[in-house]
Design a protein around this ligand. Structure first.
Ligand SMILES: Nc1ncnc2c1ncn2[C@@H]1O[C@H](COP(=O)(O)OP(=O)(O)OP(=O)(O)O)[C@@H](O)[C@H]1O
Ligand SMILES: [Mg+2]
Length: 246
């Protein structure tokens, strides 16, 4: 296991947000985390990444390097898109020429044009900023990637491209990923396993493997799977009465 959370619990200002979380990530595995707004997905992600020390339980890590895509892109406004993507490489001391090459490849993978690389974050659209944040994370060749709603501002067509990119890159490069999404179709398309968090019960209420290989599932399969999930009790907190995501 690359990452293992053991009986993790956390509270803010005395109010318990999550408790009794047991979760492990194997090499190359993509795990999707879903749950209603405010149930503690970001908190759990930050604990897994070591940004927040949990009040209870332990986190075991067995990897060299991880990367994070935050819920807001968090690009540095004084750096161009290129230098933002290459930021982790610059911190690691990668020579300038080499990091520019890596940044160009990672940018291309997420559909950013050569022109976009000279722009500063305020000159990029919200979707472009999110894609630059994904490119920045993958640029450091991480073993584990944490992604918090990474494609929420990306339009539908590009989102599909980004999902395929993440699934293919994980398979090719062998990293594992924990990603938060509000989109059950996204989870059904690219995750190996799905974890459902509850706000009411403050923990994992469902954990299941998704059949077939991420990225190789056809539209019909994804549609039927989400339709089947929508009828289940485990998803009641996420979906409103009409079966729509809240
Ligand atoms: N630094 C903090 N201080 C106090 N309370 C916090 C802090 N961070 C999060 N919380 C609270 O913890 C709960 C869980 O927040 P979290 O951001 O983890 O939710 P989430 O599941 O990611 O929600 P969303 O889907 O809206 O992003 C919320 O009630 C939030 O107000
Ligand atoms: Mg969140």
């Amino acid at each position: 296991m690359k990452l293992r959370l053991e009986n993790v619990g956390h509270a803010f200002l005395g109010r318990t947000v999550i408790e009794g979380i047991d979760l492990a990530l194997a090499a190359g595995e993509i795990v999707a985390l879903v749950g209603p707004s405010g149930c503690g997905k970001t908190t759990l992600m930050h604990i897994a990444a070591g940004l927040v020390v949990p009040l209870r339980g332990r986190v075991h890590r067995a990897y060299r390097r991880h990367a994070m895509v935050f819920q807001e892109p968090r690009l540095l406004p004084w750096l161009t898109a290129r230098d933002n993507i290459a930021y982790g490489l610059a911190c690691a001391g990668t020579p300038r020429r080499h990091r520019r090459e890596i940044a160009a490849v990672r940018a291309r993978e997420v559909g950013l044009e050569a022109d976009d690389l000279d722009k500063f974050p305020p000159e990029l659209s919200g979707g472009m900023r999110q894609r630059a944040a994904v490119a920045r994370a993958l640029a450091v060749a991480p073993d584990v990637v944490f992604l918090d709603e990474p494609f929420s501002a990306v339009d539908a067509g590009l989102r599909r491209m980004m999902q395929d990119h993440l699934a293919q890159a994980a398979a090719r490069e062998g990293f594992c990923a924990l990603f938060v999404t509000h989109d059950l179709g996204e989870a059904a398309r690219i995750a190996d396993r799905l974890v459902v968090l509850s706000a009411r019960r403050r923990g994992i209420i469902d954990l299941r493997a998704i059949p077939d290989r991420p990225g190789a599932r056809d539209e019909r399969f994804v549609f039927d799977l989400v339709a089947a999930w929508s009828c289940e009790e485990a998803f009641a907190e996420i979906l409103d009465g009409a079966g729509r995501l809240q």
